[in-house]
Design a protein around this ligand. Structure first.
Ligand code: AN7
Length: 350
C-alpha cells in the first residue's frame, strides 16, 4: 500500500501519537528527465510531476498534514480561499475524513476541472464577486471569529507538508539540484521547497542547496514589482494573485539561496505550456509552465545554464484547465467521412 507523506516523512513533520495517519496516495511523485526540451538549454532538465498527486496538484502534500492536524485538534470543518487547486485538495481530504468543507473562489476565474473536483468531492462552493485576494481576506477574517480551520498556506502545517517534495527530489537525485524553477502565486510553495532543501542539507542528506528560481505572471507580479497588484490578470488563473500571503518568506528564500523571483508574460507561459507537452509529453496546467517560461526567457536574455542540473516543478495537471487547452490549441482539427479513402487523403497518403 502507498505510504503517503505523513508516514514516509513522519520524523520531519509535526506528527505525534494523536495524529491520524491519513493518506489518499499523495507524494512519491515521478521525477523525470527531459529528452528534447533540455537541448535548448544545454542543461540536465528534470520535471517533478506534482500533477500526479491524487487531486492533480502539489497542494495534496500540505493538505494531508493540515487536515490530519485539524482532526487531531478536534475540528469538524475546514475552509479555504482558492484559485482552484487548494479547494480541490481540501475537498478531497475533507471528504476522505468526513469533514465539512467550505471553499471560497473568485467567480469566473477558476479552471473548469478544479470546479468539477470541488463539486464532486462534495464541498460547499462559494463564488465571490471579486478576486482571490478578496476571498482570502474574507476567509481570514471569518476564521478569526468562527471555529473553522483555515487550510490556506497561512496554516503552517501546509508548508510543512509541501516541503516533502524537496526531500523526494534529493532522495531521487542523490543530492539537491543546482537550481529549482517554480511558479509563484501565493508564494507558499517556493517557501516550502526552500525549507525542505535547508532541512535536508542540515540533516546531511544533501551537500548543496539549490538556487530558488521563482516566476510570477507579468499581470500578477507583486513581488517583482514591489507592490500589491490590485487587479491581477493572467491566463494562468492559479497564480492570478496580487497580494501573496507568503511574500516575505519567498523573498527570504530567494535571497538566502542566491536565486531570483522574476516574471513571465502570458505569451511566454503559453509557449512553454505547449513546448512541455509537445516536446516532452508533460501536460501541466498554464501556471505550471511558468518555470519553463522563465528558463526560456532567461536563456534568450543571454543567461547560460550549460552543465547545470535543474528541476522544474510541474505543480498541477493540464487536465485541470481544458478550456485554456482548447482555446489556445495550435493544432487544427480535421473531420472526414467514415471512409478509408478519406483517411488516406487526410493523411496525405491517398
Ligand atoms: C498549479 O489553489 O493559490 O505560490 O488557491 O495551483 O504556493 O501559491 C494555487 C497556486 C502554482 C502557486 N501552480 O503556488 C490555490 C493557489 C499551481 C497552483 C501555484 C498554484 P503558491
Amino acid at each position: 500500500m502507498t505510504e503517503g507523506v505523513l508516514r514516509r516523512y513522519a520524523p520531519y513533520l509535526p506528527v505525534g501519537p494523536g495524529t491520524p495517519m491519513i493518506s489518499i496516495g499523495e507524494g512519491g511523485t515521478p521525477l523525470i528527465r527531459s529528452r528534447r526540451l533540455e537541448k535548448r538549454f544545454g542543461c540536465q532538465l528534470y520535471f517533478k510531476l506534482e500533477s500526479c498527486n491524487p487531486s492533480g496538484s502539489f497542494k495534496d502534500r500540505g493538505m494531508v498534514v493540515a487536515v490530519a492536524k485539524a482532526i487531531e485538534a478536534g475540528s469538524r470543518a475546514i475552509i479555504c480561499a482558492s484559485t482552484g487547486n487548494t479547494s480541490a485538495s481540501a475537498a478531497a481530504y475533507g471528504a476522505h475524513c468526513g469533514l465539512d468543507v467550505y471553499v471560497v473562489v473568485p467567480k469566473g476565474n477558476i479552471a473548469l476541472g478544479k470546479m468539477a473536483q470541488a463539486l464532486t468531492y462534495g464541498a460547499k462552493v462559494i463564488q465571490v464577486q471579486g478576486n482571490f485576494d478578496d476571498a482570502l481576506r474574507m476567509v481570514r477574517a471569518l476564521t478569526d471569529r468562527h471555529p473553522l480551520t483555515l487550510v490556506n498556506s497561512l496554516n503552517p502545517h501546509r508548508i510543512e507538508g509541501q516541503k516533502t517534495a524537496a526531500f523526494e527530489i534529493v532522495d531521487d537525485l542523490g543530492d539537491a539540484p543546482d537550481q529549482l524553477f517554480i511558479p509563484v502565486g501565493n508564494a507558499g510553495n517556493i517557501t516550502a521547497y526552500w525549507r525542505g532543501f535547508v532541512e535536508y542539507f542540515d540533516a546531511g542528506k544533501a551537500h548543496v542547496k539549490p538556487q530558488m528560481m521563482g516566476f510570477e505572471a507579468e499581470g500578477a507580479a507583486p513581488i517583482v514589482r514591489g507592490q500589491v497588484v490590485e487587479k491581477p490578470e493572467t491566463v494562468a488563473s492559479a497564480i492570478r494573485i496580487g497580494n501573496p500571503a507568503s511574500w516575505q518568506k519567498a523573498e527570504a528564500a530567494r535571497d538566502a539561496s542566491g536565486g531570483i523571483i522574476d516574471m513571465v508574460s502570458d505569451e511566454q507561459i503559453l509557449e512553454a505550456y505547449h513546448l512541455m507537452a509537445s516536446e516532452d509529453g508533460v501536460f501541466g496546467e498554464p501556471s505550471s509552465a511558468a518555470g519553463i517560461a522563465g528558463l526560456l526567457k532567461l536563456t534568450r536574455a543571454g543567461w547560460s545554464f550549460a552543465g547545470k542540473r535543474i528541476v522544474c516543478v510541474v505543480t498541477g495537471s493540464g487536465l485541470k484547465d481544458p478550456d485554456t487547452a482548447v482555446r489556445y490549441s495550435t493544432v487544427s482539427l480535421t473531420e472526414i467521412p467514415a471512409k478509408l479513402s478519406a483517411l488516406e487523403r487526410a493523411l496525405g497518403c491517398g
